[in-house]
Design a protein around this ligand. Sequence first.
Ligand code: THU
Length: 160
Amino acid sequence: MEKIEVKSSAVVFENIDQLPTDDKALMEKAIEARAKAYAPYSKFNVGAALLLENGKIILGNNQENAAYPSGMCAERVAIWKAGSEFPGVKIKKIAITAASSTTKVNKPVGPCGACRQTLSEYEINQKEPMEVIFMGEVGKVVKIESLLHLLPFSFDSSYL
Ligand code: THU
């Protein structure tokens, strides 16, 4: 028998103003994207901003649907936009933020499991880490140096 330890670490900032300048600018773009989310059912607006290695910033937000499972998360809207418009261009960072019209979201909102899986494929393909930065509407901001740190023992194409 062998025991394996899985470790991941994050840097936590007190608020958006404590972020390094470029990360703060990206998070501000995610906030802009969040404001345009289409979330009439959950009232939970999520925004995502990706920084590509060519300097482009790609935005996405959640798009809900009356047939609930047909809706889509902000992160996947953004990454598919990037993948479709700029195939093969590396993604340096993703910033994510969420706000609700029914409660104050004051804790950092990380990407859901399906988004982690989707994002992992892009990080693996690009062979370079994708930083993940996330927050709620206010309060602490979490920064993780690699998406795969959020998804240990992940499934990838090597199993197929
Ligand atoms: N949502 C996201 O956009 N990203 C996540 O990582 C978690 C959840 C959206 C989906 C749905 O529109 C709303 O938040 C409530 O779950």
